[in-house]
Design a protein around this ligand. Structure first.
Ligand code: NAP
Length: 284
């Protein structure tokens, strides 16, 4: 039977460390790290994510603000709001919740958040730092996966690491972080041929596809570590991952559940990035 990687428990431990560091930061500087989240429109899933981010900030002692803008907000208006935050010294991190309404360019918005306040690590400059391996801010979900592996004493060095999915948010940076940790990395996508043959080579398999139950037991090597990033709703509306847990768990040596695996780590890493941004600003 596989070890169940308990993301909730590990996230609570890391948040405890962040809370202690935040208290020390407030004592030394007389103010709290500040995160501002902007949400545009009424997307219900985004509203839940934003609420959870604000709650997590408050729990560790950050000053957090949510700016909720109507769907009709123009790109110019949004960029002006971001610019005001860029020049506000009490705001250390700025996050614009994605997806944005279709009439706003995601690219223009992400470029407007300067690298030192880019706590999602989506700015091209921060992405470049991740490529080089000299980074302050890590994309939250892949960083959360690395933290889970660390806590479980799973060292990617020399291992076959297969990532399924190549998004800018998860798949690509995930591959880079595993590479920096000396894994032998393969990144798969919708054009990969004989996917099952590739995934069966994996000692560590990270799946970020966005399709419920996509990875089945026959696609996994005996003893593999399986990390399920997927967050999907099944036919009954229940949250489920990209991995068919029932058929994969008996073959895996360790596996993340959904919910309760990678999910809790993502916001935790956002907190870590915000604290880093505040610490770097204070050290200037
Ligand atoms: P995305 O941008 O839609 O990317 C999906 C990737 O899967 C693409 O690279 C795509 O390949 C690949 N893919 C699709 N069909 C495939 C197939 N048949 N075989 C192999 N690869 C295939 O999604 P994302 O933003 O990375 O998110 C992926 C999942 O993770 C979603 O369920 C999302 O909700 C979840 N997620 C969870 C968290 C968390 O905190 N737990 C955070 C972020 C995302 P192509 O590039 O060729 O199209």
């Amino acid at each position: 039977m596989a070890v169940l990687i308990d993301g909730k428990k590990i996230a609570a431990e890391v948040r405890g460390e962040i809370m202690a560091e935040t208290q020390a930061f407030i004592k030394a500087n007389g103010y709290a790290p500040g995160l501002t989240v902007i949400i545009v429109g009424e997307n219900p899933a985004s509203q839940v994510y934003v609420r959870n981010k604000k709650k997590a900030c408050e729990e560790v002692g950050f000053a957090s603000e949510v700016i909720a803008l109507p769907e009709s907000t123009t790109e110019e208006e949004l960029l002006a709001r971001i610019d005001a935050l860029v020049h506000n010294d009490s705001v250390h991190g700025i996050l614009v919740q994605l997806p944005l309404p279709k009439h706003i360019s995601e690219d223009a918005v992400l470029r407007a958040i300067p690298p030192h306040k880019d706590v999602d690590a989506f700015h091209a400059e921060n992405v470049g730092h991740i490529m080089i391996g000299d980074f302050d801010y890590l994309p939250c979900t892949p960083a959360g996966v690395m933290e889970l592996l660390k806590h479980e004493n799973i060292d990617p060095a020399g291992k076959e690491c297969v990532v399924v999915g190549r998004s800018n948010i998860v798949g690509k940076p995930m591959g880079m972080l595993l590479l920096h940790a000396n894994g032998t990395v393969t990144i798969c996508h919708s054009r990969t041929k004989n996917l099952a043959e590739v995934t069966r080579r994996a000692d560590i398999l990270v799946v970020a596809v966005g399709r419920a139950g996509f990875i089945t037991g026959d696609m996994v090597k005996e003893g593999a570590v399986v990390i399920d990033v997927g967050m999907n709703r099944n036919a009954e509306g229940k949250l489920c991952g990209d991995v068919d847990f029932a058929s994969v768990e008996p073959k895996a040596s360790a596996i993340t559940p959904v919910p309760g695996g990678v999910g809790p780590m993502t916001i935790t890493m956002l907190l870590r990035n915000t604290l880093t941004a505040a610490q770097k600003a204070a050290a200037k």
